[in-house]
Design a protein around this ligand. Structure first.
Ligand code: SAM
Length: 287
């Protein structure tokens, strides 16, 4: 048990420090200890592992990560919270880093805390305004994350876990599928935060693995981005500008669809990761 999720602790410390939550930083603090414990359990930290947390807030997750990980590095943008955490969570196993998680170089930062390549877990109740870029940054990083357990808005979780053909399927779903195996841990109602956000949340677990498709990554994501860039167009029309940029004629574009056995009249959300991979490889033959 921890007192950090106790609403009277939160309101008390805020009053004592003259701190009020900042909407612009997506500050919604967890007040449900069961949910905290489920998140920590899902992370399943093993001996020898490190944890990277984004946005520790008042430390609801951090305190438990500090108990289980060899070391936890938690990046917090709000200097008021950093001051509080440095007093309330003082421990040799916890480093509170003041900074913007999107801007920081995580590898350098971890290295400066003594990290030497040990397996890592990424655990966070993410600020909602930065969810997608932070998840992309974590997945695209070369860091040896053994899992990522993230709390996000429910709608974002739905997009992360969507399959081809669903209206929620898009670039985020494809990035998640490219880099990891994903699953829903639980849905979380808005009532378990102070202040309560306007939407419900969900916890998602991502387990990174080698990609299951073999198109070259940069070109694959260029095709995916172009395909979804003009979502309401057919995928053929959406890909015309990229084909031109790559020096591929319209006949070449049509040939690539034919060879990849993909209907050019479909919209991008109908194409699976495997379809995008085949299409990318066919397009590259014409470059
Ligand atoms: N982990 C705490 C909890 O579960 O109660 C707080 C989670 S709150 C949803 C998000 C946290 O991310 C806040 O503490 C906020 O100040 C912090 N934050 C927002 N933007 C950030 C950024 N760019 N870099 C690091 N932390 C950020």
């Amino acid at each position: 048990m921890s007192h950090i999720t106790n609403p009277s602790y939160i309101t008390g410390i805020m009053k004592e420090r003259g701190f009020s939550t900042k909407k612009r930083f997506g500050q919604n603090f967890l007040i449900d200890q069961n949910i905290v414990e489920r998140i920590i359990q899902s992370a399943g930290l093993q001996r020898g592992e490190w944890a990277l947390e984004i946005g520790p807030g008042l430390g609801a997750l951090t305190v438990h990560l500090g108990e289980q990980a060899d070391h936890v590095v938690a990046i917090e943008i709000d200097s008021n919270l950093v001051d509080i955490l440095e007093e309330t969570l003082a421990s040799e196993k916890i480093t509170i880093w003041a900074g913007d998680a999107l801007e920081e170089n995580w590898e350098e930062l971890l290295g400066s805390c003594g990290w030497q390549g040990q397996p890592l877990k990424f655990v966070a109740n993410l600020p909602y305004y930065l969810t997608t870029p932070l998840i992309m940054k974590a997945l695209e990083s070369e860091l040896p994350f053994t899992s990522l357990v993230v709390m996000v808005q429910k709608e974002v979780a739905t997009r992360m876990l969507a399959s081809a053909g669903s209206k929620d399927f898009g670039i985020l779903s494809l990035v998640v599928q490219y880099y990891s195996t994903s699953s829903l841990v639980m849905n979380v109602p808005r009532t378990v935060f102070i202040p309560a956000p306007a939407v419900d949340s969900a916890v998602v677990e991502l387990v990174p693995r080698a990609p299951e498709v073999d198109a070259p990554r940069t070109e694959l994501f260029a095709v995916i981005r172009a395909g979804f860039g003009q979502r309401r167009k057919t995928v053929r029309n959406a890909l015309k500008p990229l084909a031109k940029e790559w020096g591929i004629s319209l006949e070449g574009l049509d040939q690539a669809f034919l060879q990849a056995e993909i209907n050019p009249a479909h919209r991008a959300e109908r194409l699976s990761l495997e379809d995008f991979s085949r299409l990318t490889k066919e397009l590259l033959k014409g470059v």
